[in-house]
Structure formats: C-alpha cells, structure tokens
Design a protein around this ligand. Structure first.
Ligand code: AMP
Length: 395
C-alpha cells in the first residue's frame, strides 16, 4: 500500500488506518478519512462508541488487551490514537511488532504522565506552573513548603476535563487527599491566577515540517472546555510567543501528528504551558468549518506521509461551543432553530446517552468579527436543549 512519492512514503487511497479509541475524536478523524478515500478500523472497549457508525470495522476490546491491539495493527497500514489515556504498552507492542504508529510510544509516554510532561517542558526552557512530584507522604510537606497553597493535587495518569484533580488549601487536606487516593503518585501544582487560557493546534509531518494554527482563547466551565474563540484576543507578541512554544515542543518531542498545547497567559504576558495532548483536540474543532484543512485532515496527512495542508482561516473569526449532556434527557432538540442561522455549523457525535457534562456535540459560529460570533453563539446556546421523550417538534 505504500507508494514512493519523492522522499515521502505516502499511503495510497484505500489504505487502512487504525485508531486506538472510538470516541468523538475518532469519529471526526474517520469522517475526514472517508473524505480522503481511506478506510478506518478502530479499537474501543465500548460496542457503541461514536466511531462505530462511520468506521469500516471495529474491535471491541480494552486498550491493554495486547493481542487485540496487535490484531488491529495487523489489519492496518498505519495506526494512531485518539486520546492519551491508553496503555503505552499497547503502542510499544505495535512498534515492536513492526507496525507504523504515530505519534510514537515515546511521545505518548511523556505526554500521558503529568510529571514527565512538565519535566520535559521545563527541560526545553519553557515555563509551567510551579509543581512538585508526590511519591510519598513526606513529599507533601516538601511541596507545601516549596510550592505552597492554594494548589491542585492531580493524578499523574488518566486526568482529563478536570477529572482527577482536587483543590487543596492546607497540608492536612493534602494528606487526606493523598491517603484517599491510596498513596498514588500525584503532582502538586500551584493554582495560577491566569488572565486567559490559550491553546494552539500544531502538526508535524514525517519529514519534520511543522504547521501551526492560530492561537485560540479557551473558556472552561467546571474545568471542561466550554468555548473556543479564534483568533485569541491577545497581542501579536503573545501570539508569536505561543506559536514558538508549540514549534519548540514539536521539535524536541519529535512528534509526528497533530498535537495541542494548552497554556495559561499571565498578567505580565508570560505564558505557562499546562498540558500537551498528542492528538487532535477539542480546541481545534473550529478548524473543521473555519480552516482550509481541519486538524483531522492534518492528522491523516501527517500519519499517511502526505504533505501538510494549510491552517489558514477562511473567515475572520470563529467561536466553537461544546454541547454537553445534562440530566434532562437524551433527545437533542433545537436543530431547526440552530440551523436557521447560516453562520452556525452543527456537529453531533451520535452518543446515545446525554449524561451530565458528557461531550455530545459542538457548534461553530463563523463571522467577520468576534463580537458578532460571540453574540450568535450565546443566542444559539439558548436554542438547544435535551428532552426526555420524543416530541412532535423534535427534528
Ligand atoms: P487539566 O486537566 O490540567 O487540563 O485542567 C483542566 C482545567 O483546570 C484547566 O484548563 C484550567 O482551567 C484548570 N487548571 C488546571 N491546572 C491549573 C492550575 N495549575 N492553575 C489554575 N487552573 C488550573
């Protein structure tokens, strides 16, 4: 399936792409793959993962089921993953068996572990929030002395959307949290009084070429991304600083594929890196409707050995809003009203249960200016709801 294109080895149309994970990111990647003529196989523990309805084949198995992961590898030309909380051993097993996997297990190992990730970022001269690794109860006292309060105690593995983090205001509380988490390794992070949260999507190809998207401004509610505003309302100096940070990370991480860097902007315009996600990211969903090449198309281009596309925005500004589930019902209502505004693009992920705070979809507003986009986004928000039962008005 691999055809030689000058220095590149690119995957031909009809080639098979494997994804570890079949959530909404896998689904959007699969949709982009279909558009480009590739086939998608994925592995996910859930039989009705959102990717199911758009992929060619699935394997229902846990991420640490190495024989199942190797089966996926054996059926595909190239494998990737759609979230970082998969077992790194699965990626190592694929690599050792000679299958192509992007990003590599080294990238995953660093970025899925909050301590290794922060140590890596600091090692290349980029700042993070002050932190202290917690391996034993004694470390809590050292962290209290060195980093202080208020702080967040975060699990090093498996945290996302604010899961696995607790705010602590004194040592006694920190000790209780540590014991309640069975003395598991944690990271103690100082709470940063940021002025804005920023993010940037970046992609690096197999030849080391890197493309960066505009810096986004992210608003979180209850630690979950609520709104992405693009371009971020920051100075050009801050924007180029954030872009340089992403490029430096791409180079030193030696990543192939799309990644996202989440950052805190301080009052003095200093930038601290919070997290690196080695995959397409919620902060980049706006690229589907607002840019020449979406982050999903770029991921395919990078892992399939194709030239990277353009990150250029096709509109002056974009605002992406996540649609979360609530406790009211599983039936989405408001499609007709939302789409009455031609500047709004609606994406629903086909999840059956709209559990509270579950990411069910998103919409993106495209506009000439950010203020109008934000106004339309607020109006659109009011039009959507979750209903318990089927009603005649629901479309
Ligand atoms: P994380 O799971 O690290 O991505 O954190 C989720 C969200 O929690 C971030 O986007 C911030 O809004 C908030 N957060 C995480 N770490 C810190 C910190 N050190 N200081 C202030 N807010 C934080």
């Amino acid at each position: 399936m691999l055809a030689v294109d000058r220095k590149r080895q690119s995957l031909e149309v009809g080639g098979k792409i494997g994804i570890l994970g079949g959530g909404q990111l896998g689904r959007m990647l699969a949709l982009a793959a279909r558009q480009m003529g590739y086939r998608i196989f994925f592995l996910d523990p859930s039989p009705d993962a959102p990717c199911s309805s758009v992929a060619d084949k699935k394997i229902v198995a846990n991420y640490n089921d190495i024989p199942a992961v190797l089966k996926l590898g054996s059926k595909c030309d190239v494998v990737t993953y759609e979230f970082e909380n998969i077992d790194v051993q699965a990626v190592i097993a694929l690599e050792e068996a000679g299958y192509q996997v992007y990003p590599s297990s080294n990238v995953l190992k660093t970025t899925q572990h909050r301590i290794l990730e922060k140590e890596f970022v600091c090692s290349i001269g980029i700042k993070t929030a002050p932190f202290y690794p917690i391996y034993t109860a004694i470390d809590l006292e050292k962290a209290a002395h060195q980093v202080g309060f208020p702080a967040l105690l975060k699990t090093v593995y498996g945290g996302y959307d604010g899961k696995g983090q607790v705010k602590i205001i004194n040592l006694e509380q920190a000790q209780q949290v540590f014991h309640s988490l069975n003395n598991r390794t944690l990271i103690w992070e100082k709470i940063i009084n940021f002025t804005k949260e920023l993010a940037i999507i970046c992609v690096r190809d197999q030849l080391g070429q890197t493309v960066t998207y505009p810096v986004t401004e992210n608003v979180h509610v209850d630690n979950i991304l609520d709104t992405t505003i693009v371009p971020a309302r920051i100075s050009s100096k801050v924007a180029s600083q954030a872009t340089e940070i992403a490029k430096k990370i791409a180079l030193h991480l030696n990543i192939v594929g799309v990644f996202c860097v989440e950052m805190f902007l301080l009052e003095n315009d200093e930038i601290l890196v919070n997290e690196i996600a080695p995959r397409p990211h919620n902060s980049g969903h706006y690229t589907i409707d607002a840019c020449m090449s979406s982050q999903f198309e770029q991921q395919l281009r990078a892992i399939c050995g194709l030239p990277l596309g353009s990150p250029k925005m096709l509109t002056n500004s974009a605002v992406m809003v996540n649609i979360l589930g609530d406790h009211k019902g599983d039936r989405f209502f408001g499609t007709t009203e939302i789409l009455a505004n031609p500047n709004v693009c609606l994406h629903l992920y086909g999840k059956k249960k709209a559990k509270p705070k579950r990411k069910m979809g998103h919409f993106t507003v495209l506009s000439d200016d950010i203020k109008t986009a934000l106004d339309i986004a607020e109006e659109t928000r009011k039009k959507l709801s979750w209903l318990e039962t089927k009603t005649k008005r629901s479309k």
